[in-house]
Design a protein around this ligand. Structure first.
Ligand SMILES: Cc1ncc(COP(=O)(O)O)c(C=O)c1O
Ligand SMILES: [Zn+2]
Length: 424
């Protein structure tokens, strides 16, 4: 069954067939939503059909994806998604909350949420016979594209700012991509990747610009839906609690705004299929120094005004978010909001999450920093069920991790028990 029927522009709502366009709306440059044949999906599948599939990855939701699974089975590309959800009772207690969970996207094959998007874009690249896939990246999208490409023998070119953390650059090189560091910002890399794709006939994966990135990201919503259905049922069966009145609230960090809009799209599709009675509240968290989407949200406009971004959270350091309009809508249409956090608050959140056994990079911990702020200011109630996403591993940015625990330097001692006793 060919479920992929075309695209719809998020600005003018014009529709295009799959062969008419590749990236954005030719009329106004709006981001395109991939349109699937929801009627035939609904006709053919019931939720149980998906949930009984055995894939422990995002490919579990293949019937709702606009691509087929690349051949070669059991590669890292085939293992993207399927990340665990942990209950964070100790942190919940500190924040005066009762129901707090974290979905740990650092468990993806290249240790960030971006594997979801890159797995689907590489699948698309294989289908259209692309020779080379190119992307601009602050680091993670590139690492994900490089890793997913390496997994199936696809050529990849990555443009990243030269300021990208070393661990991310190491990943790019290890996965064998052609890596080009830019003496400029992520936004410069973005524009250059678009130009290079046009010039050399490469397929461009740029976040938000390529409509298939959101298709990968929406799979996190599908997993949250499955997990929430199970949790819901357990609560009902074990404790007789009816949680219908408390919607799930999700905290997610926002740079270009493609993760948040992809997750929103996933929930909208489940709702449209009649499989989800209520779309969760979605709360976007931005760094104070990179808050173009939050500014638009609070200014009650869909016009995204670029900022001059500056934050330690490199993955969400963006001057002009490329999926800003849909990112504003994700919060607006779900009764969510935007919260901004300082670099100090992000570092504190890294340390707090660490105490619960979760190691997040700054952009990943920003979502939790947003929750700390939101819980303190009444954005969420103490009984609300809350899910925070950790979008990337702390191992990707050791420098920030060390500054998050700078008060706790490890002493060096002689290798004797006496020295230990003296220290203790
Ligand atoms: C770890 C991490 N968190 C959050 C984001 C933000 O995602 P988006 O740019 O789609 O808003 C990114 C993007 O690179 C990321 O790598
Ligand atoms: Zn348009």
């Amino acid at each position: 069954m060919n479920k992929f029927v075309g695209y719809r522009c998020s600005l003018c709502s014009d529709e295009y067939s799959p062969v008419d366009v590749t990236y954005t709306c030719p009329k106004d440059g709006g981001n395109l939503d991939v349109v699937l044949d929801y009627d035939s999906i609904k006709h053919k599948y019931k939720p149980e059909d998906l949930l009984s599939r055995t894939d422990a990855s995002l490919w579990r939701f293949l019937p709702l994806l606009p691509v087929s699974m690349p051949e070669g089975g059991s590669t890292p590309l085939h293992a993207a998604g399927g990340t665990p959800v942990f209950k964070l009772d100790s942190l919940a207690g500190k924040l005066g909350l009762q129901n707090l969970w974290l979905k740990d996207e650092s468990r993806n094959p290249t240790a960030s949420f971006k594997d979801r998007a890159s797995a689907i874009v590489v699948a698309r690249a294989r289908e259209i016979g692309a020779d080379v896939v190119v992307t601009a990246s602050t680091g993670n999208a590139g690492a994900a594209l490089a890793g997913m490409s390496a997994a199936v023998g696809q050529k990849a070119v990555i443009f990243a700012p030269k300021s990208a953390p070393q661990a991310k650059v190491a990943q790019l090189l290890i996965f064998g991509a052609k890596v080009i560091l830019i003496d400029g910002s992520y936004d410069d890399a973005f524009d250059l990747a678009v130009q290079a794709a046009d010039e050399f006939g490469w397929y461009c994966r740029n976040t938000g610009y390529n409509p298939f990135t959101a298709e990968g990201k929406k799979t996190a919503a599908f997993e949250i839906w499955e997990w929430w259905e199970n949790t819901h049922r357990t609560w009902h069966e074990q404790f007789g609690i009816d949680v219908d009145h408390a919607p799930l609230t999700i905290f997610v960090s926002v740079g270009d705004g493609n993760i948040i809009s992809g997750i929103h799209k996933g929930f909208k599709e489940l709702y449209q299929l009649g499989w989800l009675p209520r779309i969760p509240r979605i709360i976007g968290v931005q760094a104070e120094g990179s808050a173009a989407v939050a500014n638009a949200f609070h200014g009650n406009t869909e016009i995204i005004t670029p900022v001059s971004s500056k934050t330690i959270a490199d993955s969400i350091s963006v001057d002009l978010p490329r999926d800003g309009v849909r990112a504003v809508r994700a919060a607006k249409q779900t009764d969510g909001t935007y919260i901004t956090v300082s670099d100090e608050e992000i570092l504190k959140a890294i340390a707090e999450l660490g105490r619960a056994g979760v190691f997040a990079e700054p952009a990943g911990a920003a979502a939790y920093a947003g929750l700390i702020k939101g819980a303190g200011s009444g954005v969420v109630g103490s009984e609300d069920p809350i899910l925070v996403l950790n979008t990337g591993s702390g191992l990707k940015d050791i420098r920030s991790a060390l500054s998050a625990v700078s008060h706790a330097a490890a002493p060096i001692i002689e290798p004797t028990l006496d020295a230990v006793k003296k220290l203790l």
